[in-house]
Design a protein around this ligand. Structure first.
Ligand SMILES: [Fe+2]
Ligand SMILES: [Fe+2]
Length: 162
């Protein structure tokens, strides 16, 4: 996979997400459509970037915000698949488990992934968790309406399948 990043994306952000973005299994998120108009990989990058920016602005842990933004939907299956419960409740649990297995996330990161669908699911318990829950909804709405924000704007990040 070839990932091209434009010069106006901050190096600190790229460093904070580097080990996740370089992971071959993680990159498979590009195979799944998200919110009709984008891929799960691009959606996750955007949630991570918006969260990282917000966290820096209000003095939270930007690295944690970026990581949980990257990992909040880390599920390698189609969300239309049936599960024992509705996907809105199910996929955060799968993402938390996969993130734990693959990236040794902290308990704080795990809790944030589990609560990202609030109010459908548990209430966020950290500032960073509130930030990704908000950023996720904001990105979901803009993606639905074909509005390119953050990294999707001006082709700041382009992902080309190998
Ligand atoms: Fe989600
Ligand atoms: Fe999401």
């Amino acid at each position: 996979m070839d990932i091209v990043v434009s010069e106006d994306v901050e190096t600190e952000f790229l460093q904070d997400i580097a080990c996740i973005l370089a992971d071959r299994d993680y990159q498979k998120l590009s195979n799944y459509v998200q919110h009709k108009n984008t891929t799960r990989l691009m959606h996750s990058l955007n949630v991570a970037y918006v969260s990282w920016k917000l966290a820096r602005k209000i003095g939270c842990d930007a690295r944690t915000a970026a990581r949980i933004g990257m990992l909040h939907d880390f599920c390698l299956y189609d969300f239309r698949e049936k599960a024992e419960e509705a996907q809105v409740f199910h996929h955060p649990k799968v993402a938390a488990r996969m993130s734990q297995e693959r990236f040794q996330i902290t308990d704080k990161e795990k809790q944030a992934i589990l609560s990202h669908m609030f109010p459908l699911g548990p209430i966020p318990t950290s500032k960073e968790a509130w930030i990704i829950s908000f950023a996720d909804k904001m990105c979901a709405v803009t993606e639905r309406f074909h509005i390119n924000i953050a990294l999707a704007r001006k082709n700041r990040i382009q992902v080309n399948a190998a």
